[in-house]
Design a binder for this molecule. Structure first.
Ligand code: SAH
Length: 397
C-alpha cells in the first residue's frame, strides 16, 4: 500500500479524528499515487496514524477513512458504512412524514465526499471527492441494496467542487438500476413537491430545510407570507398548506418559479392565493418598501453569499441589506424566518448582522427559535465544517 508521511506535528488533527489532511501537511508521498487510492498515513515519528483516500489535485490531499494502525479492506468498509448510514435513517422510512431523505451526508457519515439523497425510491448522488468518484459503482451498488424500495441510483456530475478535485464535470448519469422520471413526486408532511433531479439545485430539492419548513408552517395560520428566494416554492407551499391566507413566491429564476407553480397546483386550490414574482429580491423588497406593502411572515433563504472566508465581509453586507429591508416590511407581531447556508458565515456573525439590521430598522425583535440543517444532515463532532445552515426565527415586537 502506498505511504504518505506527514510533517512534524501535523498528525495532531488526526488525533482529534478530523478527516482532512491538507497538502501543506504532507512531507513525503510515494510516487504515482492514483486519484482515490487508499494510502497509509504515517506521522513524522513513524507511527501509522490511519488510512485515507488520496486526492492528488486537491488542497485536501487525503480524506481519512480510519484512524489507528488497523488496516482496512475498502470494499467491506464502504458497504458497511453505506448500510449503517441508511440504517440511521430508518425512522424516516417508517415514520411516513416524508419519502425524501438524505441517506449519506459525506464526511459526517464517514464517507468523505459522498452525498446521496433519496426521492421516493430514486437515489441521487453527488460524488465530490476522488475517493467517492473512484468507488462510485460500489457505493451505488450498496445504496441499491440498502435503501428500501430503491429503483435506481444516479449521479449529478455538474457539482462545482468536482473540478477542484480534478474530476470530470458533466451532467447526469445512471449508476445502477433504472433511469428516474423527469419529475419525481415526493411527500413532506401534508404537502407534495415535484423534484427535478437532473437540473434542480443540489440533487433537486432543499431537504436540509425540512425542519425549518415545518417551523414556518406552524406560524403560517392566517398569515400573508412573503417567501424570498423561493426556488421551487418549498416554504411558501408549506405555509399555504398550513393555513396561510396568501403567499408571494419571489425568485429570479423563471424555471424555479414554474416548478413552484406546479407544486402549488399539486395542493389543489392552493395556487389561487399564491403570487409568483420573477424578480431580484434586493429590488423586490425595495419596491415593497416604496409601495408600503407589509407582511405577517417573511422568509429569507438566499443562496450562499460567501463561498469562502475571504468573501464573508461582502456577504455580510448582502445579508444585512435583505434582513434590514424585510424587518421594515413586517407587521407588528409578524415573523421573519431568516437563513444563511454559507458555511464560512458563523452563527455568531449571522446573529450580529441581525442585531445591526434590527438597530437600523429601529425596531425590537425577539428570537423565537433557531433552526439548523435537518437531522438527516448530521454533523460529525470532529468535523464542525459540516455545519453550514443556520436559521433564526424573529418576531417583531
Ligand atoms: N428557499 C428555497 C431554496 C433557496 S435556493 C427552498 O427552500 O427550496 C436560492 C434561490 O435563490 C434560487 O432559487 C435562486 O434562483 C434564487 N436567487 C438567487 N439570487 C437571487 C436574487 N438576487 N433574487 C431572487 N432570487 C435569487
Amino acid at each position: 500500500m502506498a505511504k504518505v508521511i506527514l510533517k512534524k506535528g501535523r498528525e495532531r488533527s488526526l488525533l482529534r479524528r478530523h478527516p482532512w489532511i491538507f497538502s501543506g501537511a504532507v512531507e513525503l508521498a510515494d510516487e504515482g499515487i492514483e486519484a482515490g487510492e487508499i494510502v497509509e498515513v504515517v506521522s513524522a515519528g513513524g507511527a501509522v496514524m490511519g488510512y485515507g483516500a488520496y486526492s492528488p489535485l486537491s488542497q485536501i490531499r487525503i480524506r481519512m477513512l480510519s484512524f489507528g494502525h488497523r488496516s482496512i479492506e475498502i470494499g467491506s468498509l464502504i458497504r458497511d458504512r453505506v448500510f449503517a448510514a441508511v440504517a440511521r435513517r430508518c425512522d424516516f422510512f417508517v415514520g411516513g412524514y416524508t419519502d425524501a431523505v438524505r441517506l449519506i451526508n459525506a464526511e459526517s457519515d464517514l464517507l468523505p465526499g459522498v452525498v446521496v439523497d433519496f426521492y421516493a425510491g430514486w437515489a441521487v448522488c453527488q460524488m465530490t471527492s476522488a475517493f467517492a468518484d473512484k468507488y462510485k459503482a460500489l457505493i451505488a451498488d450498496a445504496v441499491m441494496m440498502a435503501a428500501p424500495g430503491c429503483m435506481g441510483v444516479s449521479e449529478r456530475l455538474d457539482v462545482d467542487v468536482r473540478a477542484k478535485e480534478g474530476l470530470k464535470v458533466g451532467s447526469f448519469a445512471v449508476l445502477n438500476g433504472e433511469e428516474p422520471p423527469e419529475l419525481i413526486e415526493i411527500k413532506e408532511g401534508n404537502c407534495k413537491f415535484l423534484v427535478d433531479v437532473r437540473k434542480g439545485h443540489k440533487t433537486g430539492f432543499y431537504l436540509d430545510q425540512r425542519e425549518a419548513r415545518a417551523a414556518v408552517g406552524a406560524l403560517a395560520t392566517n398569515c400573508e407570507v412573503l417567501n424570498c428566494f423561493s426556488y421551487t416554492g418549498g416554504f411558501g407551499v408549506f405555509a399555504r398548506a398550513n393555513g396561510a391566507e396568501k403567499v408571494t413566491q419571489v425568485d429570479i429564476s423563471g424555471d424555479a418559479l414554474s416548478l413552484a407553480k406546479k407544486n402549488a397546483e399539486l395542493l389543489g386550490l392552493c395556487h389561487i392565493n399564491t403570487d409568483f414574482e420573477e424578480a431580484d429580491v434586493f429590488k423586490f423588497l425595495r419596491s415593497c418598501r416604496d409601495e408600503n406593502r407589509t407582511f405577517d411572515l417573511i422568509v429569507l433563504d438566499p443562496p450562499k453569499f460567501a463561498e469562502s472566508k475571504s468573501q464573508v465581509m461582502k456577504a455580510a453586507r448582502g445579508y444585512k441589506d435583505i434582513n434590514l429591508l424585510a424587518m421594515k416590511l413586517l407587521r407588528p407581531g409578524g415573523y421573519l424566518a431568516t437563513f444563511s447556508c454559507s458555511g464560512a458565515m458563523t452563527g455568531d456573525l449571522f446573529d450580529k448582522i441581525l442585531m445591526e439590521a434590527a438597530e437600523d430598522a429601529g425596531r425590537d425583535f425577539q428570537i423565537v427559535s433557531r433552526t439548523r440543517q435537518a437531522a438527516d444532515h448530521p454533523v460529525l463532532v470532529s468535523f464542525p465544517e459540516g455545519l453550514y445552515l443556520k436559521g433564526v426565527i424573529l418576531r417583531a415586537v
